[in-house]
Design a protein around this ligand. Structure first.
Ligand code: SF4
Length: 660
């Protein structure tokens, strides 16, 4: 047998997946698989890769987008280890972020970026845990075998393991253990995609001897773009000037042995002048703006600076970076964060990306709770930029997801032509999920049409929700549509109503997450409730509705908002692929399709689940423009099982006849 499959019965679709992976490993080719949730993807991938890795002296690097998704792969590895490791001595484990594992309180509490830099630069001097690690663990790996052994369950509660490691830096100790012993290493995406973090972790691992697996790989393009971009508040300039003034005396004291005081004073004043001038230029651009997103680049800044007392150009910025860096190191000796440090990173990237068409620079203005905030962005348009190294240098890359548009994904991430791929059918039976499409012209919620036929559309939504048994998730395409329709529905439903947390501006904040989880936890306890959410909100992906969701209604097609960033992305892809329509599809349709399919996948996670999914929107039916035939782009399991209804009464009959 070519696999180490730990369970009694292998399902047909699992075998299909394992065969393809096996072939890709033997032929040393990359492999992409779209397979629906519930198929047992994780165990299939591990069963085929681990055996091959062990026999060929390779390591399996399994990457998840979030650490919350690591329990399953760890459990499956444990099953494989139990069954096949007696003679093979299979080792494995995981590591979480260095900051979370850090034991040095005064460094651990620093802002992320600062934390990594301080730990990297100063660990030898300031950290007793690192010194212990160097003295004991680094010299004698056997210590790790005593603490961890081959018991992978120790990694389930990694904080307990951290405590076991006690006096030695847990991050460096676990890293060493994984580098020396592990056949299987479970990490989050950042370890592979962020060049800085990868260098730190893979310093002793040869990437060409690694099978690199990306779980839920549909999120790779966004992640790669995010990791090569930078965003800072425009308040940064004034905050930096304050910091420099506060630490001016200390700066002079430290430098005075090298140069005379007057020169040092001048150096500081010149840097403050540059930062103040930068601030003034940005404020003027914002004051004279007509839009909430305004592009800028260094050329524009240099031209505008000519009118100021201070000339901002490449060489002046380089000089200031040196001074700001020194200030930031002084500040970080006393404080958790330094704005000078953030400005240095911003200015370095600004210098690096001039003349690089992969990058755009723009100012973004947002209104949050009636207050205006503005940010400077340097954004990477090319998702394949950071990925290139991994693709070219690893043994092979295996990516899989339930929401993957194989051809598009291959192109976006620059996978070579010979990459192997498969679209695997759903293991679930037809009577588990009924997928209904209602593509009437009026079921349209675009900017132009969202306010048309509001009463008709509201009444139809009320009828659909009231005819559904159990809990319902309703996914609106945008906050605006949510705000138009939810008030019309609220009082006419025979279900308990839950609304998503309000402002989208806080999607990444802790407040938002707490609010979201509270709502979700209450909703899960219901058996006849409706949760109103939006497609680009947080109930659509990575949220578990196991056993508590029987219906989903996707209201209208969720086009992403029209932003400067999206427009630039469209132009970039049009040039890259030499096809304007395709670029429009990639930037406007594909994200909406992914969100719609993710919504449809929410309720069915196991063979016990049953659900009705309704796509209520004109765009879900066959259309005139080639890329509007969204139904053709649905994965096989949705496309082949869906029922298109054009009479509303038929749609209701289909819902009512479903056996939940
Ligand atoms: S070496 Fe380890 S314990 Fe010390 S600062 Fe770095 S992460 Fe923290």
């Amino acid at each position: 047998m070519n696999y180490w499959f730990p369970y009694k019965d292998v399902r047909k679709y699992q075998e299909q997946m394992m065969d393809l992976i096996q072939k890709s490993l033997v032929e040393k080719k990359h492999c992409l698989i779209r397979a629906p949730t519930g198929l047992g993807k994780t165990v299939s991938v591990l069963s085929s890769t681990l055996k091959f890795a062990k026999e060929n002296n390779l390591k399996v690097i399994y990457l998840t987008n979030k650490t919350t998704g690591q329990t399953q792969p760890l459990k499956e590895f444990q099953e494989i280890q139990k069954k096949f490791s007696k003679d093979n001595k299979l080792f494995g484990g995981r590591i979480i972020s260095k900051k979370d594992l850090c034991l040095l309180k005064e460094v651990k509490d620093l802002e992320s970026e600062t934390f990594y830099t301080i730990c990297e630069r100063n660990k030898d001097k300031i950290c007793k845990f690192y010194k212990n690690y160097k003295k004991h663990v680094l010299k004698n790996n056997e210590i790790l075998k005593k603490i961890i052994g081959s018991d992978v369950s120790k990694f389930m509660d990694i904080f307990a393991l951290r405590d076991d490691i006690e006096k030695h830096c847990p991050y460096y100790s676990i890293k060493k253990y994984l580098q020396v012993y592990a056949d299987f290493i479970l990490l989050d995406y950042n370890y592979m995609l962020s060049p800085f973090i990868r260098k730190g972790f893979f310093d002793a691992i040869d990437l060409s001897k690694c099978i690199v697996i990306f779980d839920e790989c549909h999120s790779l393009p966004n992640k790669c773009q995010e990791l090569s971009s930078i965003k800072v508040s425009t308040n940064i300039f004034l905050a930096c000037i304050d910091e420099m003034n506060d630490y001016r005396k200390k700066y002079i004291e430290e430098k005075v042995s090298e140069r005379n005081e007057k020169d040092i004073e001048q150096e500081i004043d010149e840097t403050i002048g540059l930062v103040a001038s930068f601030d003034k230029i940005i404020c003027d651009i914002i004051a004279n703006r007509r839009k909430n997103e305004i592009s800028f680049d260094l050329k524009k800044i240099t031209e505008l600076s000519k009118k100021e007392d201070y000339m901002i150009d490449k060489s002046e910025i380089k000089n200031s970076i040196e001074v700001l860096s020194y200030f930031s190191s002084l500040i970080l000796e006393d404080k958790k964060k330094s704005r000078c440090f953030s400005l240095v990173n911003f200015l370095k990237l600004l210098l690096d990306v001039q003349e690089d068409e992969k990058f755009i620079q723009f100012i973004e203005i947002k209104k949050i709770n009636e207050k205006r905030y503005s940010y400077l962005n340097i954004h990477c348009l090319d998702p394949s930029y950071l990925f290139k190294d991994v693709l070219e240098n690893s043994y092979n890359v295996i990516g899989f997801s339930g929401t993957l548009f194989l051809e598009e994904f291959k192109k976006l991430m620059n996978f070579p032509e010979d990459t192997m791929s498969a679209d695997i059918e759903s293991p679930f039976t037809k009577d588990q999920r009924k997928v209904l499409i209602f593509p009437k012209d009026y079921a349209n919620f675009t900017l132009k049409t969202r306010n048309e036929n509001v009463d008709l559309k509201s009444n139809q939504m009320i009828k659909m929700i009231n005819s559904m048994k159990g809990n319902v998730l309703v996914v609106f395409p945008s906050t605006d549509v949510f705000n138009i329709y939810v008030p019309k529905l609220k009082d006419k439903l025979n279900k308990v109503i839950y609304l998503r947390p309000f402002s989208d501006d806080y999607l990444d904040s802790d407040d938002y997450r707490i609010q979201r989880d509270d709502i979700l936890n209450s909703f899960k306890k219901e058996d006849n409730a409706v949760l109103f959410s939006i497609a680009f909100g947080s109930y659509n992906e990575g949220v578990d509705f196991i056993g508590c969701l029987q219906n989903v209604i996707v209201v209208g097609f969720p086009y992403p908002g029209i932003t400067y960033k999206r427009k630039c992305l469209e132009d970039f892809f049009a040039k890259k692929f030499n096809d304007k329509d395709y670029a429009k599809f990639l930037t406007s349709m594909l994200p909406g399709l992914e969100k719609s399919i993710q919504s449809a996948g929410r309720p069915i996670r196991s063979f016990e689940d049953k659900a009705v999914v309704v796509f209520y929107g004109k765009q879900f039916g066959p259309g005139i423009w080639k890329y509007h035939k969204f139904i053709n782009l649905f994965p096989i399991d949705l496309k082949e099982h869906c029922i298109i209804t054009t009479e509303f009464s038929d749609l209701i009959k289909e819902i009512e006849s479903f056996k939940y």
